[in-house]
Design a protein around this ligand. Sequence first.
Ligand code: AOF
Ligand code: ZN
Length: 386
Amino acid sequence: MQPHAPDTRFMRRAFELALLGKAYASPNPMVGCVVVWQGKIIGEGFHHCYGQPHAEANAIASVLAPNAIVAELSRQTGQRPEDMLRQSTLYVTLEPCSHYGKQPPCALKIIETGVPRVVVSCSDPNPAVNGKGIAMLKEAGVEVIEHFLEDEGRELGRRFFTNVEKKRPYIILKWAQSADGFIAAQKGVRTQLTASLLQVLNHSFRAQEDAIMVGTNTILADNPHLDARMYYGRQPLRISFDLHARLLDYQRKGGSKLHFFDGSIKSLLFVDKADMEKYAGLQGENMEICAVEKPHSLLSCMEELHRRKIGSLIVEGGTELHQSFIKEGLWDEIRILQARKVLGGGYPPPELPQAIKVSQEEYDGEKLSVYRNMNRTNRQNDGKTR
Ligand code: AOF
Ligand code: ZN
């Protein structure tokens, strides 16, 4: 059976619901679900938080609770919520799961509830699922419409798909530049470029990703806090590198304290394996040291973050670090904030790689441009990176 026009509206509602999980679902995907009975939405759900119930279970539970709409429809028609479910269509942005993880299989739940028709946007690339959820539904006689608004579903789930398919976090490179295209007046000197509105936007970016990263030079030159204090949500893990023990030396000399080591937010520092022991004094509850073998490779650091279930990473510079990511093809998205300020000269931003511009927005005369990498595979890592 072909999908009919209302399917589009209901799936788009499921996409909206999925986005409500953006702060806490990771490293699980954001998933949204609606239950429709006689052309009306009678249940909604989304995956709120890693480890907690899935979108489908929440949507079904909201019907059975029952919510106010179901109670009223039930009163008007004499149908019980469980009977309504047996005549409903369920719209879900990701293939219902088929495995026992932290939660039981959603496909089983749908079958047990007796929902006769399911519309799915994307199949789940997780090897534990990967088509098995849809197969379970079909075997049980459920009518399944697949690949519905699939491009929008992939866009929504791009962090999760990248994690499963590339075995690394979704990587966003972000930098700010002046109206005339410079990132700083001088190399190594912090220049505040954007006005307060874009700073809030920047903190909202940080609050939506699992981790934030800057290079050694940026820690030494800017002494950044790397937090999301101007926006609600969670604090991303702070990550940096100290492959030549420069931060260690700085700390030992006991100058002004680096915020990175203040213990206020969970932080991770990649250091050379041979230096590992020297960092014993810096380690603490919120400060983890992670050894990197020679030759230092950015890809292996990304794989380590993947093992640690870091689903997404925003890299805020400096230019050398951005360029390393670009050179390795290790990036998914580039966000450029363009300020109104004119510097009249200075230090140039990284060279923009081949990319597709997907959006440009303006905030009080300042601009945010977003670019995507359309290359779906990790480029081969070619050795030393930094
Ligand atoms: C769904 N609906 O809302 C989500 C799904 O450990 P668990 O049990 O939470 O399983 C996590 C996996 O389940 C995750 O990697 C992905 O494959 C799928 N996520 N599936 O049916 C949902 N969040
Ligand atoms: Zn599930």
